[in-house]
Design a protein around this ligand. Structure first.
Ligand code: SIN
Length: 537
């Protein structure tokens, strides 16, 4: 094994999206020595791909209010969002957005000089601010990376996190990493913030980039943190479904990272049509095409099953100035030979967002002293069983900032350190990614049942080999394997349909299940075990 290099900091931030970079910048402003670790290029995570925007009530839209945003969030969350989390995060939106703008992010202005607003599924008002039309995440990432560079914060790109290191007391003592050449390193620090994004790569088709492999949830579980609500994997209703060229023998090319067709397109009046040209969302929900995302994705899935089609159509031909308002979507459509100005766009649901994750308080603290989480990797109680569109950038900003303050406050409490290095590095369960993705796609998408979940679980278990991950791919495959085990266990446990979790064998919501399911630790064989969150007395 190569020699281990070592360095020290007050805080190691793992991940360089909106939550991670916000936390890193705020922690540096609070005087902490911060290192950002990211396994790829700084802007390779999910933030850059976010299109719709940030849902926030700034008080300048008549008829809208923080209370209305709260109600919409709770409604979308299917009874599992926590009221306090929703109120605190939604209420903190305006100041978080002001700080982001002060850091250089530029949002689109409307004709009247105020910020322009879009509308997405589940929102009762036009309240989503956006940048570059539909390139909001790209603008936020640009501004935050520039701010980090201006401040000369150390950023270790191309380093994948392997272990959260803990002292004998159980407290965090640092982070183990591997660089692109597989060389190990150790960052000694009393605080580690996980901001690694989600786990869309569990599925064969996803709107997420290749980096979304669930690394943070796996790191947290192995470090002894609690995770919750993993069964609530949100599928975006409208990923672009490229139709295969004639003669390829395939019907579509709907695998891998599918370009998003933002819900804001429906906010501007586009409608979903089945293969007969019928508007199938009318009658499904009072908000029709702008129903919450879980409702629309499930309706599309039912329509595909009923008609045997591989995609439905999104008719945006009546949307004014499509190419100006939605330049990213327009370019993606044109790249596959579709002209959205003149013809309907072929769309299909694709894995998009992890509503669950590492359980944190509203300051990013997990159950492990010194371990924090923020952004998609975390479960604060905001999203419940189904995230309201464009609430995630908001959450990343608010909790990223709060986590930085929590780290600064917590370090005032003296702690005994003393690193325990995992030496030799432990062997972990790793199944081939293709087997994991196939099993999850077949059995754990929209529409799950006990038999399918059990056979997916058997397929993953049968493919597992125990080995020590020595490069990024193996670290990611180990994370995906653990996530597959955990999601399958949580989905099998919840015998009802709620939010993004659709059980065909238990098609109704059953309020016996109105509580989160938790994964607390791993059993002796390293498998996650599920139990229910205690109901508050
Ligand atoms: C979208 O633009 O439709 C996605 C926004 C989100 O996932 O919040």
């Amino acid at each position: 094994m190569s020699e281990v290099w070592e360095a020290a900091a007050d805080l190691v931030v793992v991940g360089s999206g909106v939550a991670g970079l916000t936390a890193a910048l705020d922690a540096a402003e609070l005087g902490l020595r911060v290192v950002v670790v990211t396994k790829d290029a700084p802007d390779a995570g999910s933030t850059r791909w976010a299109q719709g925007g940030i849902a926030v009530v700034l008080g300048d839209v008549s008829g809208d209010s923080v209370d209305a945003h709260i109600v919409d969030t709770l409604t979308a969350g299917g009874g599992l969002s926590e009221a306090l989390a929703v109120r605190e995060i939604v209420s903190a939106g305006p100041s978080a957005v002001a700080r982001l703008r002060a850091r250089g992010a530029v949002f689109d202005a409307g004709g009247d000089g105020r910020l322009a607003r879009g509308r997405e599924g589940g929102h009762s008002a036009f309240r989503v601010i956006h940048a570059g039309g539909d390139a909001t995440g790209a603008e936020i990432e640009r501004a935050l990376v520039a701010a980090v560079q201006d401040r000369q914060l150390p950023m270790l790109a191309g380093h994948v996190a392997t272990d959260v290191l803990r002292a004998e007391s159980g407290e965090v003592a640092g982070l183990g990493v591997l660089d692109d050449a597989g060389r190990p390193g150790v960052l000694h620090a009393p605080a580690v913030l996980l901001a690694t994004g989600g786990y869309g790569q569990l599925y064969a088709s996803s709107t997420n980039p290749a980096t979304a492999t669930g690394d943070g949830v796996a790191l947290a579980l192995r470090a002894g943190a609690t995770v919750a609500d993993l069964e609530f994997v949100q599928f975006h209703p409208t990923a672009l479904c490229p139709v295969a060229a004639p003669g390829t023998g395939r019907r579509t090319r709907a695998v891998g990272r599918l370009p998003l067709v933002t819900e804001a397109v429906r906010g501007e009046g586009a409608v979903l049509l089945d293969r007969a040209g019928r508007r199938f969302m009318t009658g499904v929900h009072p908000l029709a095409d702008l129903a919450p995302r879980d409702v629309v994705a499930a309706a599309i899935t039912r329509t595909l099953a009923d008609t045997g089609a591989e995609h439905v159509h999104l008719d945006a031909t009546a949307v004014p100035q499509f190419a100006v308002r939605f330049p990213t979507v327009f370019a993606a459509c044109r790249a596959v030979g579709v002209d959205p100005v003149r013809e309907p766009i072929p769309v299909t649901p694709a894995a998009h967002y992890a509503c669950g994750g590492v359980v944190t308080d509203l300051h990013g603290r997990t159950a492990v002293p010194g371990l924090y989480a923020a952004g998609e990797v975390a479960r604060t109680g905001l999203h419940g069983a189904n995230r309201l569109a464009s609430n995630s950038l908001l959450e990343g900003l608010v909790i990223g900032e709060r986590a930085a303050r929590a780290v600064a406050a917590d370090r005032q409490v003296p702690r005994a350190m003393g690193v325990v290095l995992p030496e030799p590095a432990p062997a972990v369960a790793i199944a081939p990614r293709s087997i994991v993705q196939h099993a999850m796609t077949v059995a754990a998408g929209i529409g799950r049942d006990a038999a399918g979940l059990a056979s997916a679980s058997d397929a993953v278990e049968a493919a597992i080999a125990l080995r020590v991950p020595t490069d990024r791919t193996a670290v990611e495959d180990a994370a995906l394997t653990l996530l597959a085990q955990a999601v399958l266990a949580a989905a099998g446990h919840r015998r009802e349909t709620r939010g993004c979790h659709v059980r065909t064998d238990f098609p109704e919501r059953d309020d016996v299940w109105q509580r989160s399911s938790l994964v607390i630790g791993l059993d002796g064989a390293g498998r996650p075990t599920v139990q229910e969150m205690a109901v508050a007395a």
